[in-house]
Design a protein around this ligand. Sequence first.
Ligand SMILES: Cc1cc2nc3c(=O)[nH]c(=O)nc-3n(C[C@H](O)[C@H](O)[C@H](O)COP(=O)(O)O)c2cc1C
Length: 393
Amino acid sequence: MSRKKQVRLIAITHATGSHPRGWRHPDSPARPATDAQSFIAAVQELERGLFDGIFISETAGTMPGPAEAHQHDSMINDSLDPTVLLSAIATQTKHIGLITTGSTSLTQPYTFARLLASLDHISGGRVGWNVVTSRFETEARNFGIDPRLLHGPLRYEIATEFVDIVKRLWDSAPVNARTHGPQNEQAFDPSSVKPFDYRGTHFRVSGALDVQRPPQGHPVIVQAGMSEEGRDLTAREADIVLGGGWNARQAREDIRRRAQGYGRDPDALIVLALLPYILVAETRDEAEAQLRAFTALLHPDERQQHGILAGSSTDIADLMENWLDGGGADGFAVGFPYLRGPVEAFTRLVIPELQRRGRFRTEYSGTTLRENLGIPLPPARYDAVEPNRMRAP
Ligand SMILES: Cc1cc2nc3c(=O)[nH]c(=O)nc-3n(C[C@H](O)[C@H](O)[C@H](O)COP(=O)(O)O)c2cc1C
């Protein structure tokens, strides 16, 4: 009998939980947004549950509108830089993937190529990059950028060049320090550095990365674009797609078809359906009681459409299996309304249920995020730059 399709699992959460009001729960630490230690403890719990990764989103600016309108939102208006936070998490974990978010509209490719290469070394090859183009005017203003750049297809033209350059920078990096033995006088083999000259429409980069090639070659690329241009970038460049929604099956087929159109093996693309907030308990009644207690903390307008999935481990595992076998997803990006009780309940109840059903690993199979996800190392490209990109800036 063929092996049942395996569930891929990443957790999408901030230190305050996945729900903007998560910090209000009495179990939340007093200063959750800046309390790296409690967040590290939650990620260690996810690692005990053998999660593929932890994913932290980023908005580099406060929510639009007056501060009073958002005084109850901790997640967006008050959170640590995800890459810095993941660097601390990297030293306190061994296996779990560390997916940060970085905007292609706000920074330069070199900045991000170096940050991610560094974190990939610090973590022993566990880094992923959620590629975003950013959304809010406040973000553009923080970086002195014209807010119109964040809207329309142009932002994905910029993103396409940005990702291309970041990958080229990773490929340009020195490979093998001290490989010729301890007697060797060289810190690295100079012939392994591959400088390049990139002249695009939006960026001009001439150089090479000064961090050793990342252990994963290229950290894992994650994308959640919904627009035509966003899905095209995903199909071309991403290893993990965050999608789902009610027409998940069509969306997955669409992205797989696009990937094939770019000459990729569609099975190499991992499509994760979003389950934004999960509450699980021994029984459905108990989970629903937890749900009532949490929704009581919400503003009355939010109580109807809270989007929280509450149930027993059987309920959650049934739903996941149906989704997987129905072709809607290769796994799930799950969130927890608050930390850290719901994380403990998930790893204690849902993970063993999925394992009993032959759907989830019983130990990490590799040491890097790529190995655990079954994505091969990318070959380095040393071609200079394709002629069709050689346009004058
Ligand atoms: C699960 C998920 C996480 C996301 N995280 C971020 C984020 O951290 N920062 C951000 O600016 N956008 C984030 N986005 C927005 C997407 O990157 C994307 O802009 C959005 O899905 C709309 O698609 P489009 O850009 O192709 O129009 C996220 C979207 C989803 C579904």
